[in-house]
Structures are given as C-alpha cells and as structure tokens.
Design a protein. Sequence first.
Length: 321
Amino acid sequence: MSKFDIERVNQLIEISKLYYEDGLNQTDISKQVHIHRTEISRLLKEARELGIVKINIDSSFGASEKLSAEFQSIFHLKKAIIVPTTPGSSYSDDLSSIGMYAGNYLQQQLNSNNIVGLSWGRTLATVINSVNELNNISNITTVPLIGGPIGKLDVDYQANNLVHTLANRVKASTSYTLDSPVMISSPALRKELLDNPNNKAVTNFWKKLDIAIFGIGSSRITNNLTWRGFYKGTGFEDVLQGSAVGDILSQPFTIDGQLIKEANGSLVGMELSALKNIPLRIGVATGENKAEATLGALRSGTLNVLITSDKTAVAVKKLIN
C-alpha cells in the first residue's frame, strides 16, 4: 500500500470515528478537519464501501418488543422489559445485559423521598451495580426485604450490602440493615429479633414502600453455590420439593402462581400478600432454567414489572402455548 493510500485510509478512519463514535454532525466535522461538508458525506460513504465502517441491524430488538407487548397483555403488567441477547451467549453475558437494563429502569423510576426495598442474590447485585450515581434526587431510603444468609454467601449478594450500595449510588440517601437470619428456629426468637429497634424500623418501612425490586428463585437451581450460600442448613430445599417451581423472598409457589408457604414464624421476610400492595414491584430473572419459576411468579400477581431475557421469555411462552 502506498503512502498516499495509507494517509487516505487514516483520513477515512478519523472522519468515521468523529461521525459514528463521537456523534459529531457533518458540519462540525467539516470545521474540525477543514474539509468541505459535501466531501465529508462522500468520505463516509467511501468508508462504508471499503468495509471500514460496518453497520449491522439487530432485528432481535423488534422480536423483543413484540414479546414485551405480549407479556404486558397476558399478565397485566405495567411493564415488561424483554432484553435481547446474542445467540449462543453465556449466562454471565446475559446477566450483565439484564443488569444494565434493570439498573437503568430502576434509576428512571426513582424520585426524591422514595422508600425502596431489595431482596438478595447475584442477579440483584448485578442490577444495583449497574445503577449510575444520581445527584438530582434526595432522601431515598433503602431497606432489605428479607433476613440474611445462614451459610457462607458472598457479601456482595447479601440484601444488607445491596441496600447500602444503592444508597451510596443515590446521593443523600439512608440505608437500614436487617439484623436477623432468614430462618429462625422459633416464633419466640423471631419476635425477640424483630423487636430490636433497628429491625422494627425496617419492618415498619415495609408498610410504606414505593418500590420493591427482587429476584425470582427457582427450584431447579438448588445446587447453585449462591443459592446454597444463602439457604445451607435451613431445610428450605425440602420446602421446594413437590409442586413448588420457585420462590420470591423465600416463599414458594406453584407454576399456577399459588402460594405454598407464606412468611410465618420461622422466616424473616416481607409477606407476599403485603408485597402486592407496593405500587412498583420489579421482578428480575434470567436463564431458561427459571422459566417455570418466572411463569409462576407472573401468575401469582406478585410483580407488576418483569425484566428478563428474550431466551427466558421464549421458554415461558412455550410453557403456556
């Protein structure tokens, strides 16, 4: 390649970056590189013809929008965000995409003086870590919706840590911790723990929540290390036997959305019947192994916003067709 050709290609690359990556219009580029505007248009066309610029149209977005509309109609949701994924993409890649979309949606819904409740888990951690720092709202209160793990769970996935992380990302905010394990050995001990002034403050906030965001557990993932880290030694795996397909806040339900076991004397968590009173209830899940659990959660009426992947949504549709 001659020196002239190299200079020409470099010029095409420079102009293409200014236009496609930096978002400058052709007039601004003309002023910056001192080339007439009509020449900029011709050079951008040449860059496409040479393959320097490759434009791909992702038609999966259209399919995802159609799925969103269907889910909103079938399950009477305020919103269904069906995130398009790449065929053959890994669970981690899909989870990252879900986290980005869900984090963006959450921060759009936040208003000053909101009280926000969070559950636990890797999915929710990915969501919260995707929330950008916000400076235009104030006086946000974040609280856990469920007690802590019995086993060894990564601290990044624990509800107490997630409420603190979200509070840090939303300036001028307050977070509360729930100082109790999720499973309690007796109703008397549970009462004693919840009579603690800090814990009582948290449970009082449950009655005033504006937004709840939570993961959807599946009976198919009980061998998952994160799952075991939360429930190890609690006997909860036995509760998920039989007709249970999944759980929200450690309260299992069937594929028809029938609650099997609500929060009772052995569990520290917000009852699902109370959860249904919250104006905005965001359920987040991904993975085809969560299809049955997602369908059961949708039928239960516990959530009114679903954020999931197109793969999970297609798997759910197969179950109801």
